[in-house]
Design a binder for this molecule. Structure first.
Ligand SMILES: *Cc1c(COP(=O)(O)O)cnc(C)c1O
Length: 382
């Protein structure tokens, strides 16, 4: 029998979360962001749940090829554009749309031989200082691109640094609006946080109309995986999102720990009183963060308890006495939910576990280890 650890991908959650993103931006087209192998879920595993999207956005050319192999004939956008000249040949061959964020990419386009001009997304660095042309250089880039026979439609794009936080999007949006006001083309601005929190697409948005730019294409990533972009300000359930992934295992051993005895490497947890603990087949080699300390929430038989001591490579320990105090019992073979939805419907959000490990849901899902078997479930639980 294989190790009892498993990740379950909830296809119906993906459908639901995609619909949730559409509800927040009813007039926009939706890029489903599937970079980093669909945030660790596996592109092939999430594809069915996301086929209702208007396009798939990612940044690895091999991943783009995989989306085409799955039979997707609609738009695919390379979020970082091309890295070298020959990438443009693949763009032509697979009909990939690509971001243009620097002059070197325009140089490559200018000498690219193609019969079919490319659809490009011209990126502005409106304040994040990662990718894109500065507001001062943006129009010159647009003019240069627009003059190339290799280029078809030019869409206008930027990315927010603080859509999930107190700073918000107003400043960057004002910069973008001022520079692009009279340029033609579709706009793409909003990631999950901007789509959910700043609702720039809503017709009743309170933002000033002269600095408000609606996204013709929104770019939700984390939200479609069922994690809150702005935890703990909002939880996934506050946003009406369903967990896209559940990580489950089982208790493979129990121990009676005497008062004063310790648990795990480094003896970081010392029992104040006698305890019964369960050893779970899941460790940091599976992608469970080693940084999660004693007290991190975990579900055993669908009931919340806590981890104890350090996370090992292949195992971690959970408190079964706390569970008994809660009126539940567990032992060898009891199911454990590390994050996601337990069989009884109880949800432990990946964001909460991540926060205990001083991380974010994004990082935990991306870190799911290749050794963890993945099951794609089509069952609904809404
Ligand atoms: C990753 C990414 C997104 C999605 O961000 P989320 O916070 O996961 O919604 C959107 N746009 C760009 C350019 C990205 O790189």
């Amino acid at each position: 029998m294989p190790r009892p650890l498993q990740a379950t991908i909830h296809t119906e959650s993906f459908r639901h979360n995609l619909a949730r993103a559409r509800l927040a931006a009813p007039d926009a087209k939706v890029w489903a962001i599937v970079k980093a192998n669909a945030y660790g879920h596996g592109i092939e595993h999430v594809f069915d749940g996301l086929r209702g999207a208007d396009g798939f956005a990612l940044l690895d050319l091999a991943e783009a090829q995989r989306v085409r192999t799955l039979g997707w004939r609609g738009p695919i956008l390379l979020l970082e554009g091309v890295f070298e000249q020959r990438d443009l040949e693949l763009c032509s061959r697979l009909d990939l749309w690509h971001t243009v964020h620097c002059n070197e990419q325009i140089d490559m386009l200018a000498i690219h031989k193609t019969n079919v001009p490319h659809r490009v997304f011209l990126k502005m660095n409106s304040g994040m200082n990662r990718l894109g042309f500065t507001p001062q250089r943006y129009r010159a880039a647009w003019t240069r691109l627009n003059a190339l026979p290799q280029v078809d439609e030019i869409s206008l794009m930027t990315h927010f640094s603080d859509a999930d936080g107190a700073l918000g999007v107003a400043q960057q949006m004002a910069v973008f609006a001022a520079v692009t006001r009279d340029l033609p083309g579709e706009r793409s601005l909003s990631n999950s946080a901007a789509t959910l929190r700043h609702n720039v697409n809503a017709t009743d948005a309170s933002a000033h109309p002269d600095t408000r730019v609606a996204s013709d294409w929104v770019r939700p990533g984390i939200a479609i995986y069922g994690s809150a972009p702005d935890f703990p300000s909002h939880s996934a359930s506050d946003w009406g999102l369903q967990p896209g992934m559940t990580l489950t295992s089982k208790i493979i051993a129990t121990q009676e720990v005497a008062a004063g005895a310790s648990v795990g490497y480094g003896s970081t947890f010392v029992a104040e009183q006698a305890l019964r603990i369960g050893i779970v087949a899941c460790g940091y080699a599976d992608g469970y963060p080693r940084s999660c300390p004693t007290g991190t929430p975990v579900l055993v038989n669908g009931v919340r308890t806590r981890t104890l001591g350090r996370v090992s490579m292949d195992m971690l320990a959970v408190d079964l006495s706390a569970l008994a105090d809660a009126g539940a019992s567990a032992g060898f073979g009891s199911p454990v939910t590390l994050w996601g939805r337990a069989a009884n419907g109880t949800v432990l959000s990946i964001d909460e576990v991540a926060q205990w490990g001083t991380s974010v849901g994004y990082e935990l899902m991306c870190a799911l280890a290749p050794r963890v078997p993945v099951l794609v479930s089509h069952e609904g639980h809404l």
